[in-house]
Design a protein around this ligand. Structure first.
Ligand code: COA
Length: 134
């Protein structure tokens, strides 16, 4: 979709795992927020429900998919919604959806990123361990 055809949406009616505003240090040479900043925040946001479900430390084992749908700008308020979508023996897979709220004088919400990541439950020695029953 081109920039002038961005479809405004509503924020999901649930609590975000993370909400943060990128700073000028987070931009790429073109002036948009650097994709690696968004990836780091997505990893942090996804780890929160994974950690709660695992009831122990977790490590990211895979980024299964990652789509940057729209650029993010300095001053956008960026919300990361993370939800466990499947649980295996030692792994937990989480969907993360990212929305930007722009232009406080004329507010608009845009979905900017979708990602799916898998985390592995770890024991205190860093070895994989079974996810406990829910
Ligand atoms: C996480 C880690 C302990 C897993 O050990 P491992 O012996 O490779 O584990 P396995 O291959 O048995 O996989 C463990 C689980 O992860 C899943 N998994 C592994 N690779 C995967 C992939 N590419 N995509 C999706 N799931 C994957 C497996 O299906 C398994 O899930 P299950 O037990 O629910 O069936 C090990 O790979 C590790 O330490 N990785 C580094 C983690 C890290 O540092 N992350 C931070 C990023 S810098």
């Amino acid at each position: 979709m081109s920039d002038d055809a961005v479809e405004p949406v509503k924020l999901p009616d649930k609590q975000p795992a993370l909400r943060v505003m990128p700073m000028p240090a987070d931009v790429n040479p073109a002036g948009d927020v650097f994709g690696g900043w968004i990836m780091a925040m997505v990893d942090i946001a996804g780890a929160i429900p994974a950690h709660r479900r695992a009831r122990c430390r977790t490590a990211t084992v895979a980024v299964n998919s990652f789509v940057f749908k729209q650029p993010v700008s300095v001053g956008d308020l960026v919300s990361f919604y993370a939800e466990v979508v499947s649980v295996g023996r030692t792994s937990i897979t989480v969907d993360v959806e990212v929305y930007a709220e722009r232009d406080p004088e004329n507010p608009v919400v845009v979905k900017v990123t979708e990602a799916t990541l898998t985390y592995v439950a770890l024991d205190d020695k860093g070895r994989k361990r079974p996810v406990p029953p829910a």
